[in-house]
Ligand binder design. Structure first.
Ligand code: PEP
Ligand code: MN
Length: 337
């Protein structure tokens, strides 16, 4: 951390600051220039993260050097994290496609979609059993019964399943029935929920909050890793901007930025990012070109009658065509699909 003093700062202001740093277990290196004094802090400046040093008399600016996260950072781990989900590896050279309905509906429908996306090359089945709906009058999901349908779909297809948890009290059901626990955008900063999933080694798909910055996403992931669970993947799913033509704005810049800053796999969800089925394929291709390690895509065999997000769901036939196109993009950026 670099602390620059104001031109009028007195020696006793500098001494007072240095004394406080010493109390906090850090060393200070004081450099007196012609106009300013600069205090360089030696040691892990994350210890100072919550310290209001800028209010000390004579202090002009405080600039941290270390990021406030540690375990999720590239400095901490140089190589990419590869998460093994029942034999499906996420984060390696091969791109992982997770596909399925927004919400788990009827059993036959869920199993039918699972078979179709699996045949087209998807390796993980998605499906919400607990749905975080904006309106309390919208379909809220089948709850535990929905998780049971996913278990049946896994049995019939061999695909691991990802499903969203809304309430920490359901953790037992998710540990038993899901292969990846999804933390949705609305819960990215539900810190108690993050701590809960951090206490197990079950893989977690952490989605970026509706209006969260990349740094906030990394700090939320740090919550999970700091409890011991290292099996976390980050998901860019679009952020809220002034644009209203589509549901969200897919922040593709976040993909290479996250890959540079963190060793965790990065997944892109072009379905919730766009909210429109016709925009899903182009953004899926763009996401792979940008370096995503995987995609989360909503597929429904009958979008017109879907109980949730029919407008952004693509039909299995389109999904199959998309997979063929994604293969070409993957090869162009030296990845496999
Ligand atoms: C979902 O994937 O089902 C979902 C609700 O997404 P998000 O949390 O990104 O809105
Ligand atoms: Mn959805």
């Amino acid at each position: 951390m670099i602390i620059v003093m104001k031109p009028e700062a007195a020696d006793h202001d500098v001494d007072h600051l240095v004394e406080r740093l010493r109390e906090l277990g850090l060393k200070a290196q004081v450099t007196k220039g012609e106009e300013r004094t600069v205090v360089g802090v030696i040691g892990d400046d994350r210890l100072l993260h919550d310290q209001p040093l800028s209010v000390f008399p004579g202090v002009e600016s405080v600039t941290p050097i270390l990021a406030p996260w540690k375990l999720v950072s590239r400095e901490f781990q140089k190589h990419d994290t590869v998460i093994d989900v029942n034999g499906v590896k996420i984060g390696g050279k091969k791109i992982t496609i997770m596909a399925g309905p927004c919400a788990v509906e009827k059993l036959e429908l869920t199993v039918g979609i699972a078979k179709e996306v699996s045949a087209a090359g998807a390796s993980i089945l998605r499906g919400g059993a607990y749905k975080p709906r904006t309106s309390p009058y919208s379909f809220q999901g089948l709850g535990q019964e929905g998780l049971d349908y996913l278990v049946e779909a896994r049995k019939q297809t061999g695909m691991p399943v990802v499903s969203e948890i809304l309430d920490a009290r359901d953790i037992g059901h998710f540990l038993e029935k899901a292969d990846i626990i999804q933390i949705g955008a609305r819960n990215m900063q539900n810190f108690e929920l993050l701590k809960e999933v951090g206490d197990y080694d079950k893989p977690v798909l952490l989605k970026r909050g509706l209006s969260a910055t990349v740094k906030e996403l990394l700090l939320s992931a740090e919550y999970i890793l700091s409890r011991g669970n290292r099996n976390v993947m980050l998901c860019e799913r679009g952020i809220r901007t002034y644009e209203t033509l589509y549901r969200n704005t897919l922040d593709l810049t976040a993909v290479p930025a996250l890959k540079e800053m963190s060793h965790l796999p990065v997944i892109v969800d072009p379905s919730h990012a766009t909210g429109k089925w016709n925009l899903v394929a182009p953004m899926a291709k763009a996401a792979i070109a940008a370096g995503a390690d995987g995609l989360l895509i909503e597929v429904h065999s009958d979008p017109e009658f879907a109980l949730c997000d029919g407008e952004e769901s693509i039909k299995p036939s389109r999904f199959k065509d998309l997979m063929a196109n994604l293969k070409k993009v993957a090869e162009a950026v030296d990845r496999e699909l």
